[in-house]
Design a protein around this ligand. Structure first.
Ligand SMILES: NC(=O)C1=CN([C@@H]2O[C@H](COP(=O)(O)OP(=O)(O)OC[C@H]3O[C@@H](n4cnc5c(N)ncnc54)[C@H](OP(=O)(O)O)[C@@H]3O)[C@@H](O)[C@H]2O)C=CC1
Ligand SMILES: CCCCCC(=O)O
Length: 499
């Protein structure tokens, strides 16, 4: 990169106690465009543990007053932040595509989803309520009340760099908690823009703090901090396990982790429709969605017809910069993603699966500037193969042939993950059986495995996440609240006279 270009790169600061501040470590790191790695998106604070300490202290101080701010005032600030994001939709979507690589269409959808989420929780915050309970003692009033926890640590991945943080931060703030947010180091600019909107909306100093930096220098000091009352994390199962080992017993945790999501295609499925479900679920977002389709389990009666059409459709997909309106699939988000996907392509071939389409790094022209790979389809996959068991988190579909529906369900449940699963069939009986016997947190019928609603609980089972607290919907509020049961004894009343 030329000196001039390097000098032109803007440096962004942390938000601590309502002030834009530089890291005490004095170091920065660059965020680069995965479609054009010569393009430095911005320079961000490589925060050190002392930065985390200051942010947590600010959040702790702010909590003492923020928790008692009237719900209508909290809601007004949330609505204001949503309005500010909405007013910046075009710019923010372009920055999201530039930093994460997804198509502009998907970035626009993500910004809109984030605005919707902020507004949803602004309203829901006004409905946080306890309950009154019948009491055997008429002189005792029994009820429950909900209270915020305190300082919440929010740690998020790069694949939905705005909507995943927002669906954690919004319920955390509206229930009266304060937040220290450490975003993925691949997408700090989008996180910074969210911090800007929250700051400009008028949230009091210290209520929301942004600390960019690495897992080791910023993430770990944050999750292990004694003053942090809750950690909400979305990311890989491996990182989730590491974090679980650092939090103290008194810290509440919420983990949304990996997936190995199946689409089951039964013998009565519309094949063209099933192919579209597989392509949308498996390749949209360049396969970088934890709810993405990575296994397609097809009954043998329709297997060959399905595979033929899937290969044909996969080969037509256009891969390119997210800014190119012709692109259906963008680059992978970073170098390690590219290396990881290519290594699984080799693993699949070494295991004896047939690479029926794609799988190669795309080169030549603009492809040389980014992390591009052609979407891949493996056939002849044995359910026990690594490509059928392990999360690849890229545009790689493994097709598994089975004799019958029962076997399809057994294969679908035969992995350590349980996030999302879908079935393509017209049979009501088999749909109901699938809904009742599929071990996943999300179950889809004649729909892609990806996609979820703002107002519906979201979360995985098994190694896809801790099943205790759900994200999204009203359910998300529970993670950020504790419950107190009150027995209020009425003092006996003394009348001045008897009626
Ligand atoms: N279940 C779900 O809803 C979702 C799950 N995912 C999963 O996330 C993964 C891809 O995202 P990716 O960002 O690479 O995931 P990672 O798990 O590598 O990182 C996620 C976030 O956690 C931070 N982090 C990593 N390790 C630690 C640690 N020990 N202590 C504190 N913070 C830590 C990272 O910081 P840094 O970036 O600085 O390394 C990042 O901010 C995939 O496995 C995917 O399945 C993604 C989206 C949704
Ligand atoms: C807010 C959207 C979350 C989707 C999580 C995923 O599919 O990676």
């Amino acid at each position: 990169m030329t000196v001039k270009a390097r000098l032109a790169v803007e440096t962004y600061r942390n938000l601590v106690n309502g002030e834009w501040t530089e890291s005490l470590g004095g170091e920065t790191f660059d965020s680069v465009n995965p479609a054009d790695t010569e393009d430095v998106v911005g320079r961000f604070q490589a925060s050190v543990p002392e930065d985390v300490e200051r942010a947590v202290a600010a959040a702790e101080r702010a909590f003492r007053t923020w928790k008692d701010v009237p719900p209508s005032r909290k809601a007004a600030l949330m609505f204001k932040a949503a309005d500010l994001l909405e007013a910046r939709l075009e710019t923010l979507a372009a920055e999201l595509t530039r930093e994460e690589g997804k198509t502009l269409l998907n970035s626009m959808a993500e910004v809109k989803r984030s605005v919707q989420t902020l507004r949803y929780y602004a309203s829901e915050g006004m409905n946080v309520a306890g309950a009154t309970l019948p009491s055997d003692d008429p002189a005792t009033f029994v009820y429950t009340k909900k209270e915020p926890l305190g300082v919440v640590a929010v740690i998020t991945p790069w694949n939905f760099p705005l909507s995943i943080p927002v669906r954690k931060i919004a319920p955390a703030l509206v229930t009266g908690n304060t937040v220290v947010f450490k975003p993925a180091s691949d997408t700090p600019l989008v996180a910074y823009r969210l911090a800007e909107a929250i700051h400009e909306a008028g949230f009091p100093p210290g209520v929301f703090n942004l600390v960019t930096g690495s897992a080791s220098q910023a993430g770990k000091p944050l999750t292990s901090h004694q003053a942090v009352k809750a950690v909400t994390f979305t990311g890989s199962t491996a990182a989730g396990e590491q974090i679980q080992r650092t939090v103290s017993l008194s810290t509440r945790t919420q983990f949304e982790l990996g997936g190995k999501n199946p689409l089951i295609v039964l013998d009565d499925a519309d094949i063209d429709f099933a192919v579209e479900l597989a392509v949308k679920g498996g390749f949209e977002l360049t396969g970088q969605a934890c709810t993405g389709t990575s296994r397609v389990i097809v009954m043998e009666a329709v297997h060959d017809a399905f595979v033929e059409k899937l290969i044909e459709r996969t080969r037509t997909l256009t891969v390119g910069s997210g800014f190119d309106s012709a692109s259906e699939i963008g680059p992978l988000a970073n170098r390690s993603q590219l290396d990881n996907v290519l290594s699984y392509i080799r693993i699949g071939q070494d295991e004896g699966a047939d690479l029926a389409a794609g799988g190669e790094r795309l080169t030549g022209g603009d492809y040389d500037r980014g992390y591009y790979v052609r979407p891949a389809v493996f056939t002849g996959v044995n359910p026990k193969m690594r490509i059928a068991q392990e999360e690849i988190f890229g545009p790689v579909i493994s097709v598994i042939k089975v004799k019958c529906f029962n076997k399809a369900l057994k294969v679908a449940n035969g992995v350590q993950y349980g996030l999302s699963a879908s079935i393509c069939t017209a049979s009501p009986e088999r749909i109901q059986y699938f809904i009742d016997h599929m071990d996943s947190g999300l179950v889809k019928v004649n729909a892609p495995t990806t996609g979820n609603a703002v107002n519906a609980p979201f979360g995985g089972l098994k190694m896809s996440g801790t099943g205790t607290y759900r994200e999204a919907g009203r359910a998300a509020l529970d993670f950020y609240l504790r419950e107190k049961t009150v027995y209020q004894q009425a003092r006996p009343i003394k009348f001045c006279c008897s009626l």
